[in-house]
Design a protein around this ligand. Structure first.
Ligand code: SAH
Length: 516
């Protein structure tokens, strides 16, 4: 295998990378590695900007759409910039939508690199024709319908005297034809195909922003698709698929008929924890807008926690009521040059399965997980044990309720509850999520703890919160969070019976399913 990261010389090095059609998961492993390694990234309108999250923090990010003035960049200017950055000795990633060598003018960029003697590599990508067809449920070939597929530019100017497209050969036979850049020319394309022998009733599908959560598909025939597209103001970027295979979509559709497809959901969890939940929701087809209303920071002082850690061996129980409690506790152990062995024979209680899962990487299997995944459940479980004279260490959040210490002490235990982490209000909310809320584009907002609601109210103001969330379904993880919502004047629409993210996701799916 060639070394995919050769050492650059004084002429720099360029990776021409296919970003895939839109779903950021469709980039290749190699493409992602090259993005992470690049010092300069020149990216296109059609490349999903999400991918830039993988860039090195110091990388220079240049949006190619801006070169040479808004929307009006010339290919030679991009080539020139590519060459210039490489000649500065930089590793440059040129990130292009789909595949760089399919209607991407990647060939021209490569020629410029060759002329300047700059070494380069091409990293192929999933081209829109392949990606959008797959996500629309249209197999481009199928033994029963067609044996060939053609990718054709639909960008030819209608005024052009002699077409470079061989309409006759393209139209005869049963081959599937995929047009790129053809939405404006649909009347011309469909007319030419019928004039040259394709039956007018041949099925056609337009796929806009294929593979993304806002994918749109319009189906029709060569006879009516141009009018349908006009009537519904169907816009670029879209591919046009012509052929009998289009009919298979009815049977094979899988992506844009998932239960939350087209549903916009705000996730308010802390940035480093939102991922799991966002992926769950996205798996059902939702468009997720992450809007962290919590930031987890260390406590002002570690004196109390360190004191408890110093006498860890004297405790009978360690109680964790969140993922954050687990991670901050073990983080502190490591900072004190200790490891999991420091907890000795101490038994461990986790409030629920997620918290228990957070213990696993530290080599700990929870001894106790209550049936009811909240503080009340923890109390109930300990109520069944003999807690007389038992020492309990409960590393907690600064704003934790005091039900666990109070109730366990009633059972005769001695509870030490040092603050292990603080929930603070972040400095600002992401502009994109706020804009979607203001424009009324959000269908559902999720609150996974009381702090997520309280902090959002504190940041935007209670009155504005009510206005922003007017008409937005409110999903709360459980009764405590719901109570906080109601105290702020918010009616809760969705609350699962068990207090987990899986159950909350299922409840959201049910809610939107039953409304359809
Ligand atoms: N190199 C790209 C194509 C660039 S040409 C590739 O391999 O996909 C630009 C055209 O690609 C658009 O006009 C549109 O026809 C098509 N296209 C790109 N991304 C698309 C997407 N997500 N959904 C539908 N069509 C897309």
């Amino acid at each position: 295998m060639t070394d995919i990261f050769p050492s650059k010389n004084d002429k720099g090095y360029v990776y021409l990378i296919g970003a895939g059609p839109g779903d950021p998961g469709l980039i290749t492993v190699k493409g992602l590695e090259c993005i992470a390694r690049a010092e300069v990234i020149l990216y296109d309108y059609l490349a999903n900007p999400e991918l830039l999250k993988h860039a090195a923090p110091a990388a220079e990010l240049i949006y190619a759409g801006k070169i040479g003035g808004a929307h009006n960049h010339e290919q030679w200017q991009i080539n020139e910039l590519l060459v210039k950055k490489a000649l500065q000795g930089k590793i440059v990633a040129r990130l292009k939508g789909g595949d760089p060598f399919v209607f991407g003018r990647g060939g021209e960029e490569c020629e410029a690199l060759v002329a300047a003697g700059i070494p380069f590599e091409i990293v192929p990508g999933v081209t829109a024709g392949i990606g959008a067809a797959a996500y629309a449920g249209i197999p481009l070939t199928h033994r029963n319908f067609t044996t060939s597929v053609a990718f054709v530019t639909g960008h030819e100017s209608p005024g052009k005297e002699a077409s470079e497209i061989d309409w006759e050969r393209l139209s005869l036979g049963s081959g599937t034809v995929v047009f790129y850049m053809g939405i404006k020319n649909l009347p011309l394309i469909t007319r030419k195909m019928v004039e040259n022998g394709r039956p007018a009733e041949t099925p056609v599908a337009l796929v806009r922003w294929g593979t993304r959560s806002d994918q749109e598909v319009l189906a029709g025939t060569l006879a009516d698709i141009a009018d349908k597209a006009k009537a519904s103001s169907f816009k670029a970027p879209a591919i046009t698929i012509v052929g009998e295979v289009v009919n298979l979509r009815e049977k094979l559709r899988w992506f844009d008929n998932r239960p939350l497809f087209g549903t916009n959901i705000v996730v308010t969890r802390a940035a480093d924890q939102a991922g799991d939940f966002s992926r769950l929701l996205a798996g059902f087809g939702a468009t997720v807008h992450e809007c962290p209303t919590i930031r987890i920071v260390p406590p002002e002082s570690f004196t109390e926690l360190d004191g408890a850690i110093a006498e860890l061996v004297s405790f009978h129980w360690l109680v964790f009521t969140s993922y954050n409690a687990v991670s901050s506790f073990f983080c502190r152990l490591h900072e004190l040059n200790l490891d999991t062995r420091a907890i000795g024979r101490c038994r461990v209680c986790a409030v629920g399965p997620k918290t228990a899962a957070a213990l696993a990487p530290h080599g700990i299997k929870a001894d106790l997980i209550p049936e009811n995944y909240k503080a009340e459940g923890v109390v109930e479980s300990f109520g069944k044990l003999d807690m007389q004279g038992k020492r309990v260490l409960f590393p907690k959040a600064d704003r934790a309720r005091d039900i666990i210490p109070v109730e366990l002490e009633r059972f005769g235990a001695e509870v030490v509850a040092p603050v292990a982490y603080c929930n603070v209000v972040p400095e600002e909310l992401p502009a994109s999520a706020m804009e979607a809320l203001e424009k009324g584009q959000i269908d559902c907002i999720t609150f996974t703890s009381s702090s997520t609601v309280q902090n959002l109210a504190a940041m935007v103001g209670e009155n504005r919160l009510l206005k922003l969330l007017d008409g937005v379904a409110i999903a709360s993880i459980g009764p405590i969070t719901s109570k906080t919502c109601r105290e702020l004047g918010l009616a809760v629409d969705i609350e699962p019976a068990t207090y987990t993210l899986d159950a909350l996701t299922a409840a959201i799916v049910n809610h939107f399913h039953s409304r359809r």
